[in-house]
Design a protein around this ligand. Structure first.
Ligand SMILES: Cc1cc2nc3c(=O)[nH]c(=O)nc-3n(C[C@H](O)[C@H](O)[C@H](O)COP(=O)(O)O)c2cc1C
Length: 373
């Protein structure tokens, strides 16, 4: 199989992976695809360590790095400090979160722990352009990082230019044709068209509808199809729609390499394809997550409306840390897409890729046979 995007990066297969876990990223790149590391959980110093590790474990193969450039992250949010939170986060919201965790008997952090988490979050992890650019300066120091991916908005013009000048490609993740056009006009090299089945922030169009529309709109720029792709048949469908490759996120969560805890993995294996919800509860923007009491509580009558990005993350960051750290089963949730229903047992990243490519090839043969005969 050869598509121009494979040639762009020297790949053996057009399988692109998004993961917050460096082991998945390295395994995909080593297998001939291209892993991309999500950075929203890392400070710039942590990211430096992650990329150093990737350089040592990806056998010199290329990898990508994903940063968020939220179109709505206004400058005024960049300099908020911990002491501003009391003023800026409504009391009703803080009480709602606090009562929900109390109801589910989630233990509290000590005052010091809580302050430390909040300080680190506010100083280095807020979803603002300042943080995205700070991370990119780290990325540029690593020569095997060949692509930056921007989600939630088009990177500023100077970022695209600097990235190109340094020899990296820029990809933009979008959920609507109008955003694809905006990214293409801004000189973004690759468009990742992500349908609403996907994990994480999504728009409202399905992959089947979105991908061909975007392919036609931005041609000849390469398009990767994302959302609901985890098998060879789904990959064949994506390529038939005109995509040059696939961009997968959820499917890696069930692998041995994945970052998720055994408790969360068990929930993922048990879930069926309708056990996800698109909710603003995590970041303020609609994002698909595994259904849990944390997610459904925000949908109930009387629940406060989620705050706009990046304030919602500031509101819930510590709560999500507590839920994860103390493994509160009823509240535990994570971004995952509708293909969760097909993630039923632990496997390896390599096996996922092997199975996808085998089924892809069988599917093409079957279609050819059915046409011939
Ligand atoms: C756990 C998880 C976290 C994600 N976080 C991000 C993120 O921070 N930035 C981003 O661009 N995409 C993120 N995504 C979305 C993926 O990039 C990808 O588009 C999506 O998973 C594709 O659909 P699928 O889940 O059906 O494979 C995330 C996906 C998962 C599974």
């Amino acid at each position: 199989m050869h598509t121009p995007i494979m040639e762009m990066f020297g790949l053996e297969s057009p399988i692109f992976a998004f993961s917050h876990c460096r082991d998945v990223v390295a395994a995909v790149s080593r297998s001939g695809g291209m892993g991309t590391l999500g950075t929203s959980h890392f400070t710039a110093d942590q990211l430096e360590l992650e990329l150093k590790w990737l350089d040592e474990h990806a056998e010199g193969k290329p990898y990508g790095v994903d940063v968020l450039f939220p179109a709505t992250a206004r400058k005024e949010f960049e300099n908020l400090k911990v002491e501003d939170l009391d003023r800026i986060l409504p009391r009703e919201h803080r009480e709602f979160v606090s009562n929900l965790l109390k109801k589910h008997e989630v233990p509290e952090f000590s005052k010091e722990q809580s302050e430390e988490i909040l300080e680190e979050y506010m100083n280095e992890l807020t979803r603002t352009h300042r943080e995205a650019e700070r991370r990119l300066e780290v990325v540029y120091r690593h020569p095997n990082a060949k692509m930056i991916v921007s989600a939630l908005g088009t990177p500023p013009e100077h970022v695209i230019k600097r990235t190109h000048d340094l020899g990296l490609k820029v990809a933009g993740l979008i959920g609507h044709p109008k955003h694809a056009k905006k990214q293409a006009d801004a000189d973004v090299d690759i468009i990742i068209a992500q349908g609403w089945e996907a994990a994480g922030h999504t728009g409202e169009l399905s992959t089947l509808v979105l991908v061909p529309e975007v392919v036609d709109l931005v041609s000849p720029k390469p398009v990767l199809a994302a959302g609901g792709i985890g098998t060879g048949r789904q990959m064949a469908a994506a390529m038939a729609l005109g995509a040059q490759g696939v961009w997968c996120g959820s499917i890696w969560l069930g692998t041995v390499e994945s970052e998720v805890s055994p408790e969360l993995k068990a929930k993922i294996f048990a879930a069926n394809s309708s056990d996800t919800l698109r909710s603003r509860c995590g970041t303020g923007k609609p994002a698909r997550r595994l259904r849990s009491d944390w997610v459904t509580a925000w949908e109930e009558p009387g629940a406060p409306q989620a705050l706009p990005m990046p304030l919602q993350s500031m509101l819930v960051n510590e709560a999500l840390e507590r839920i994860t750290r103390f493994r509160s089963d009823s509240l535990l949730s994570y971004p995952v897409g509708q293909i969760v229903g097909r993630i039923n047992e632990e496997t390896t990243t390599r096996q996922v890729i092997y199975d996808m490519l085998t089924e892809f090839s069988d599917t093409i043969d079957r279609l050819n046979d059915s046409l011939a005969g």
